[in-house]
Design a protein around this ligand. Sequence first.
Ligand SMILES: Cc1cc2nc3c(=O)[nH]c(=O)nc-3n(C[C@H](O)[C@H](O)[C@H](O)COP(=O)(O)O)c2cc1C
Length: 187
Amino acid sequence: MKLVFSNVLKKFGLKSMIRKPRPNDVEKTFSQGEILVSKTDLKGVITYANAQFVDISGYSQEDLLDHPHSITRHPKMPKIIFKVLWEGIKSGKEVNAFVVNLAKGGEYYWVFANVTPSFDANNNITGYHSTRRRPNRRGLNAIQSIYDKLRQHEIIGGIKESESVLKSFLEKEGVTYDKFIFDLQYS
Ligand SMILES: Cc1cc2nc3c(=O)[nH]c(=O)nc-3n(C[C@H](O)[C@H](O)[C@H](O)COP(=O)(O)O)c2cc1C
């Protein structure tokens, strides 16, 4: 029955829905030199994934391609970080973020992602490109407690509230989001 349904979807050029796994407490890691790459179209639909990204995600290449990137979203990620990400890349900037992703088996894996727009000859954005490296553990410890706080605020007051908490935090630290994140990874 499942096979018949997925064949019908294929016939109409549609991808089948992928059921999200239940998150567990098992961490997946990758080595220092590895780079996990994916590319998306303008809407965040995956158009490319390298072997390393496919491997850690637990999905097949075929599962990932043509699916929204939120297929790898972990519920521990605050919504506000994706708002910052999309606002940045849509306006042509590159954005760095610590991201925890959900693998097919329910495991989690942290990455330090650099997301950039790709441009055509007329300087129009044609899609987006994410290059992920192993996150700095010290930076990760700091970001985890910040994300926990942001998510708690999102549960109570939605994204408006986590946005204002993030803004106040950065103002208090006297840094921009970009500098704060970059320093967590590289200093
Ligand atoms: C190039 C690129 C790579 C992305 N990579 C991830 C990723 O690894 N994990 C993730 O959760 N979201 C990633 N996103 C963001 C997703 O598109 C999406 O905004 C996010 O998962 C939140 O989805 P939701 O608002 O539907 O819950 C990426 C977006 C782009 C443009």
